[in-house]
Design a protein around this ligand. Structure first.
Ligand code: MLT
Length: 410
C-alpha cells in the first residue's frame, strides 16, 4: 500500500480559517435568523476597480479572436506585466530590478509555501509567533520539524515571540538561523517595521549567510511615508532577501489570484561542495517545471491596476478599507479595548478584554454579537489573549459590528 506523508499528521488542528468556518456554520445552522458579520478571514468585499475589470473583459475577448488568442504564456509571467510592476511599484522606491528577477504567480500563499522547494531540508528556519500559519505549517508538511510540544511549538523551528513588550516586532535570533520569515505590514498584528528595524534583519542575514523571506502582501496599505514598502529599500537586502507580493488585498484579487515573487540574482546559497549557487536560477527552474503561469486575462487585469485610472480606482478601494480600520480602531478604543495595528495595515489586533482566552472571546463575539473575528492563538502561542479583526468588510457591516461590540463591552 502507498505510504502517506505522515508529516501532515503532526499538524495540530485544521488550518485556522476552515476551522473558524466550521464553527460559524454550526452557529448559523443553530441560529438561522442571526445576522452574522464576518470580520475574520482577510477576504476583500469591494468589486474590482472598473479599469481592471475592463482589462479583464478585454483579455477574455482576446481569447475569442485568432489574432490575439493567447496559449501558454511564459511560466515566469509576461514581460509587459513584470515591467509595469517594476516601473510603478519598485522604481519609485529607488529599487532597481531586472525583468528576470520577478516571477508572476497565481497568488502569494502558494509562493510562500513553494519557495521551500529550493532550500535544503537541514536549513534552520526562524518564524515569528504569532504568524501567518502558512509559514509554519508548510515547514511541518515538508518534514523540516519534529512533533509539536504542548504549547504548539514544533521541534526544529526557531520561534521569535512578538508581544506587547517588543511592540510585536521580534528580536534577532540568539542562535544562527538560515531562513527568516518576516511579514510587514504584519499579518496578524497589523504592525509595521521601520527602515532601521529592517536594516537590523538585513545585516543579520548578510552576516550569517541567511535568507529573509519578506512577505509584503499588505504594503499597499501603508499610510506613513517613512515606512518601507519593500525590503529592497534597505541597503544590502538584494543580497539576502526574497520578497513576496500579492494582488489579493491590494487590488481585490482574492478570487482572481495573482501574486509575485522577487528573487534577486545576487541571493546565493551553497551547494554540497560549499560553492555558491543562485536561488534565482533554482526558482526559475522550479517555475518552468511545475507551473504554467498565471492566466493571460488575470495578468492583463493585474497590469491594469497600474494604469493611471486603474491605480486611482484601486487606491480609492484601499482607502475605503483603511477607513473601516479607523472605525474599528476608534470605536473599540472608546470602550476601553487595547488596540494595535490598523493604521498602516488592514488588520486590527486587540487584547481580549477581561483576560479571556482568544477562543473564549471568539465564542463571546459570535454568540452575543454575531460577529466573527480570528482568535489570536490560531496564529501561534504568543497570540493567546489577542484577537484579530479584518477591515475588509462592507462599511455598513463594519459600523454595525463595532456598535454591537461596543454595546456588549460597555
Ligand atoms: C488572512 O486572513 O490571514 C488572509 O486572508 C489569509 C491569506 O491571505 O491567505
Amino acid at each position: 500500500m502507498a505510504k502517506i506523508n505522515d508529516n501532515y499528521l503532526k499538524l495540530k488542528a485544521g488550518y485556522l480559517f476552515p476551522e473558524i468556518g466550521r464553527r460559524v456554520r454550526a452557529f448559523t445552522e443553530a441560529n438561522p435568523s442571526a445576522k452574522v458579520i464576518r470580520l475574520g478571514i482577510g477576504d476583500v468585499t469591494r468589486p474590482l476597480a472598473p479599469a481592471v475589470l475592463k482589462a479583464f473583459h478585454d483579455a477574455v475577448d482576446d481569447l475569442g479572436t485568432t489574432d490575439h488568442f493567447a496559449g501558454y504564456g511564459p511560466e515566469q509571467g509576461y514581460d509587459w506585466l513584470i515591467n509595469v510592476i517594476i516601473e510603478n511599484s519598485y522604481t519609485p522606491l529607488g529599487v532597481s530590478l531586472s525583468t528576470s528577477e520577478m516571477f508572476i504567480s497565481d497568488g502569494s500563499k502558494c509562493d510562500c509555501a513553494n519557495i521551500l522547494d529550493i532550500f535544503a531540508m537541514d536549513n534552520i528556519v526562524a518564524i515569528g509567533d504569532p504568524v501567518y500559519p502558512v509559514y509554519n505549517d508548510t515547514n511541518v508538511m515538508i518534514g523540516r520539524t519534529g512533533e509539536a510540544d504542548d504549547k504548539g511549538y514544533y521541534k526544529g523551528i526557531v520561534y521569535l515571540p512578538c508581544n506587547e513588550a517588543n511592540g510585536f516586532i521580534p528580536a534577532l535570533p540568539t542562535e544562527k538561523v538560515d531562513i527568516i520569515y518576516l511579514c510587514f505590514p504584519n499579518n496578524p498584528t497589523g504592525v509595521v517595521a521601520s527602515k532601521a528595524e529592517l536594516k537590523k534583519w538585513v545585516d543579520y542575514a548578510n552576516a550569517n549567510d541567511a535568507v529573509i523571506f519578506f512577505d509584503a502582501a499588505y504594503e499597499a496599505f501603508i499610510t506613513d511615508p517613512s515606512i518601507p514598502h519593500s525590503i529592497y529599500e534597505i541597503e544590502g537586502a538584494k543580497k539576502c532577501a526574497i520578497e513576496f507580493r500579492s494582488f489579493s488585498k491590494t487590488a481585490g484579487f482574492t478570487g482572481v489570484r495573482c501574486g509575485l515573487v522577487v528573487v534577486p540574482e545576487e541571493v546565493m546559497g551553497t551547494m554540497a561542495d560549499g560553492e555558491k549557487y543562485s536561488f534565482n536560477k533554482l526558482w526559475n527552474r522550479r517555475v518552468s517545471t511545475k507551473f504554467n503561469g498565471a492566466s493571460y486575462p488575470v495578468q492583463r487585469a493585474a497590469a491594469a491596476v497600474y494604469s493611471e485610472e486603474g491605480w486611482k480606482q484601486t487606491k480609492e478601494i484601499i482607502d475605503y478599507y483603511m477607513e473601516n480600520a479607523r472605525l474599528i480602531r476608534e470605536g473599540l478604543t472608546e470602550v476601553g479595548v487595547t488596540i494595535f495595528g490598523g493604521v498602516n495595515a488592514p488588520y486590527i489586533w486587540l487584547k481580549t478584554p477581561g483576560g479571556m482566552t482568544s477562543w473564549e472571546f471568539f465564542d463571546k463575539l459570535l454568540n452575543e454579537c454575531n460577529v466573527v473575528g480570528t482568535p489570536g492563538s490560531g496564529f501561534g502561542p504568543s497570540g493567546e489573549g489577542y484577537f484579530r479583526l479584518s477591515a475588509f468588510g462592507h462599511r455598513e457591516n463594519v459600523i454595525e459590528a463595532v456598535e454591537r461590540i461596543k454595546k456588549n463591552l460597555k
